[in-house]
Write a protein that binds this ligand. Structure first.
Ligand SMILES: O=P(O)(O)OC[C@H]1O[C@H](OP(=O)(O)OP(=O)(O)O)[C@H](O)[C@@H]1O
Ligand code: HPA
Ligand SMILES: [Mg+2]
Length: 184
């Protein structure tokens, strides 16, 4: 049974559905990265729960690194300015990168990040996102692995926040409008 948070309007994707899709993604990635030099790049903070579960379902050798990016701050709309809060520690030259994201909304974060990392001489670069909002994808970046399509509503849980809260919910839910109406 899912325990609802009082600020969540409805559960979009429950824990069981999340975990079974992540297993499938892990299988697909394992197949594609045999005999490669896989480096998972977690985009903090939102992707941290997804990355932890995904990595455990990938059956080929891999390394992990973390990058912190911020463009939403305490709002439900992208500021349009992508800020690097923490850069990678690993040299990525000649390596097979897989960027792991929680959500592609406007697409601004990923288009900025993939251009930046491509410029550092990687051998290959692919993108894996748990969620995608097709209605708002303003950029034309290619996403190689998508967990779920979600409608154009502000979602929280399983890593995704509003004003830093709700990241610990074990499901993806839609936030009640009244929670953010006064602040946006
Ligand atoms: O496609 P976009 O419109 O760019 O939005 C997606 C990005 O926005 C969120 O990050 P946020 O700036 O909230 O940082 P966080 O991961 O620390 O919450 C989310 O985790 C993605 O990284
Ligand atoms: O719908 C969302 N929820 C949480 N964080 C986000 N960052 C971009 N879109 C979203
Ligand atoms: Mg956020």
């Amino acid at each position: 049974m899912t325990i609802m948070n009082k600020d969540v309007k409805k559960v979009l994707i429950d824990q069981e559905t999340l975990q079974s899709r992540i297993k499938e993604l892990g299988k697909e990635i394992s197949k594609d990265y045999i005999a490669k030099d896989l480096l998972l790049i977690c985009v903090l903070k939102g992707a941290v729960l997804f990355m932890a579960d995904l990595a455990q379902n990938i059956e080929v050798p891999l390394e992990m690194d973390f990058m912190a990016i911020s463009s939403y701050g305490n709002s439900t709309e992208s500021s349009g300015v992508v800020r690097i809060v923490k850069d990678l520690e690993t040299s990525i030259e000649g390596r097979d990168l897989l960027i792991v994201e929680d959500i592609v909304d406007s697409g601004l974060t990923l288009s900025y990040l993939s251009e930046l990392l491509k410029g550092r001489g990687v051998r290959s670069l692919k993108i894996c996102t748990l969620l995608e909002k097709p209605a708002r994808k303003a950029t034309d970046i290619t996403i190689d692995y998508v967990g779920f399509q979600v409608p154009d509503e502000f979602v929280v849980g399983y890593g995704l926040d509003y004003a830093e809260k709700y990241r610990n919910l074990p499901y993806i839910g839609v936030l009640k409008e009244e929670v953010y109406q006064q602040n946006n």
